[in-house]
Unconditional design. Structure first.
Length: 139
């Protein structure tokens, strides 16, 4: 029978085993990051859409029914914050306002040819081309 002493038993990993594990973790991380790219763009699109809906709510709060006109929120803290948030998520807030109507739209992050548009008639949609803004409606 063999006798073992405590010094002859080695515990731990060899250098090769550690390098193999680190390489596998690196490979899995790279695959995961590539897979998350489109999800990040969709999250930015959702944020832009949410911000544009908040701009519409801000405009509706500023509506004066006795005159049938909208007060412009330009320069208000809420509007500036929403405009900055849209820019930080890859969009750019575009506006076309008159006394009695408004149209706001922005390009979405996931596709350079996709836009989200809201107007004073209650229309809101993702459009596949730059909105042709006329008479205060998205077209």
């Amino acid at each position: 029978m063999k006798s073992f002493n405590k010094r002859s038993l080695k515990s731990g990993f060899t250098l090769i085993e550690m390098l193999v594990v680190i390489a596998m973790i690196g490979l899995l991380s790279a695959v995961l990051l590539v897979a998350l790219g489109p999800s990040r763009k969709k999250a930015q699109d959702t944020r832009i859409i949410s911000d544009l809906n908040q701009v519409r709510n801000l405009m509706e709060v500023n509506y004066n029914p006795s005159t049938g006109s909208y007060s412009s929120p330009y320069g208000s803290l809420n509007y500036t914050n929403l405009q900055n948030d849209i820019a930080n998520n890859g969009g750019s807030l575009q506006a076309s306002t008159t006394v009695s109507s408004y149209v706001y739209y922005s390009r979405l992050s996931s596709s350079p040819s996709s836009y989200y548009c809201v107007d004073s008639n209650g229309f809101s949609a993702i459009m596949t081309s730059t909105p042709a803004v006329s008479r205060g409606v998205c077209q």
